[in-house]
Design a protein around this ligand. Structure first.
Ligand code: C2O
Ligand code: CU
Length: 511
């Protein structure tokens, strides 16, 4: 159950000013900063992160073990401090990929390989993970594979399936503060098949990176995880702008929404009550579109949807709202995300095809499973644990062989927390949640599974294509840091990923 600030004040008043809450309210909502300079929602213009251009491209074909590729694009991203405007009238210091928040979007074709050079110009170690990419262990952002200040590392990515994925920091015990400072960006893999579907494209294919923040009275970013529990901001940003207002045309748009928040989940809803046409999950397109009134999205999940603004007259204002799911801390304005203002007509030749992409049915995967495992996510003794264990780089909780299909039960035994569980390397599908079918928008391939309070979720996935050691963890980054993270090992490759392709000191040779 969530609690609104106004209700809280009411209860606080009843209790004579003491924060005594009735049973059922697990979390205490308080004002982050009564002098918050965040201003009013829907005053700042919407913006889209720039698309990163390669510094060089070649057409040397090859094979990366997963597929043949036609050539390679080389990108470079320096991680730096910078100042930017997130809230009105304030210049906020961030840590940014390319000096911006969110970082630049990489758009890559499935048939090409990418090499991304990350240069650490900060004064703390960085670990870079491309969430949703089947990279080799040494390019996956193993939490100990730190790029120290003054070092760089070239990451190789095979781009073996089209999907909306993202890159973010993964430094051991520091992921939450680092991402809170702005270290997240989107990475889109596309292919010809998808382009030929004639979905809205170009300027009508729009990323929405949602991230809540806390600001001090000077407009600077605050890190407050309430004693290693969770970080809940009172300001909602989209693409690095507080509650932006986006001018839209009377036509269809494709939106790719990523929840890049540290600890906050959302239930998205339109103020008109109109539906979202859901077309994609974490790992790419669904098999067919489906309409929903609202959907919940936990940290690191991605959903893609179409909104058709042609049914609204010019002048209509539509608010993207947040019906906060259980176990989040609400503030006065966290019930809103952004606003769409319909301002013009536009031609629209895009379509929403009735079938999108083939997705192996769950019923076909289940009989292939060779074993089952259980993972219990809980808080004990002031720590976040998985089956009672914390992170240990030398241990693993599972050792499937390449090609093994497994069924995992992910569960919490408390109503007080939710845990979005991420398994690196693989995609999986939800079989059921508390013995009920998954929500309709969750059908399809995913790499983050929303495990709500007292929920038990069964998933099925196939391990591979690589061997080696990978992480699995809660994507509440505070939980991940303290220490709800474990390793798994695929096949017999037990090499520590940090030893294979270590970062190198600057200066770097040309890419
Ligand atoms: Cu999005 Cu292990 O991370
Ligand atoms: Cu968690």
């Amino acid at each position: 159950m969530t609690i609104k600030r106004r209700e809280l004040l009411k209860y606080a008043a009843i209790a004579g000013g003491l924060l005594v809450l009735p049973a059922g309210f697990q979390r205490i909502a308080h004002a982050k900063d009564p002098e918050s300079p965040a201003g009013n929602p829907f005053t700042l213009p919407f913006r889209v992160p720039p698309v990163l251009q390669p510094v060089r491209s070649d057409n040397t074909s090859g094979s990366n073990g997963l597929q043949d590729f036609e050539g390679t694009d080389y990108y470079e991203i320096a991680i730096t401090k910078a100042r930017t405007q997130i809230i009105p009238g304030k210049s906020t210091e961030i840590w940014g990929y390319g000096g911006i928040f969110p970082g630049p979007t990489i758009k890559q074709k499935r048939d090409r390989q990418s090499v991304v050079r990350y240069i650490n110009k900060l004064d703390v170690p960085m670990v870079i993970h491309l969430h949703g990419m089947a990279a080799l262990p040494e390019y996956d952002g193993w939490a100990h594979d730190a790029v120290e200040p003054g070092y760089y590392k070239d990451f190789i990515y095979p781009n073996n399936r089209p999907a909306t994925i993202w890159y973010h920091d993964h430094a051991l015990h520091k992921t939450a503060p680092n991402v809170n400072m702005g270290l997240a960006g989107m990475y889109i893999v596309y292919d010809e098949y998808e382009q030929n579907l004639n979905l809205p494209s170009g300027e009508y294919d729009v990323p929405l990176v949602i991230h809540d923040k806390i600001f001090d009275s000077k407009g600077q970013i605050v890190y407050d995880d309430e004693g290693q529990k969770s970080l809940f901001g009172d300001v909602i940003t989209v693409n690095g702008v507080a509650w932006p207002r986006m001018e839209v045309a009377r036509r269809k748009y494709r939106f790719r929404v990523l929840n890049a928040s540290v600890s906050r989940s959302y239930r998205l809803k339109l103020s008109t009550g109109d539906e979202f046409i859901m077309i994609g999950t974490d790992a790419g397109l669904r098999s067919a579109p489906v309409a929903v009134d609202s959907f919940r999205i936990s940290m690191a999940e991605r959903y893609e949807f179409i909104l058709d603004f042609s049914k609204y007259p010019i002048g209509t204002k539509i608010v993207l709202e947040n019906e906060s799911p259980d176990n989040n801390e609400d503030y006065e304005k966290t019930d809103r995300i952004m606003r769409f203002d319909v301002v013009r007509d536009a031609e629209d030749t895009s379509e929403i095809p009735s079938t999108l992409r083939y997705v192996t049915p769950v019923s076909q995967l289940i009989p292939q499973a060779v074993r089952t495992r259980e993972f219990r996510y809980e808080r004990t003794g002031g720590q976040w644990v998985v089956n009672g264990n914390t992170w240990n780089r030398y241990e693993s909780d599972a050792n499937p062989q390449v090609g093994d299909v497994e069924i995992w039960t992910l569960y919490t035994n408390s109503g007080g927390w939710f845990h979005p569980i991420h398994v690196h390397l693989i995609d999986c599908q939800i079989i059921d949640r508390n013995e009920q079918p998954p929500f309709v928008y969750e059908e399809g391939w995913k790499d983050v599974i929303y495990v709500g309070g007292n929920e038990s979720v069964r998933v099925v996935g196939k391990f591979g294509p690589h061997t080696g050691r990978y992480m699995t963890h809660c994507h509440n980054l505070v939980h991940e840091d303290h220490d709800m993270m474990r390793a798994i090992q695929i096949g017999n490759n037990s090499t520590d990923p940090a030893l294979v392709a270590p970062p190198k000191p600057l200066p770097a040779p040309p890419l």
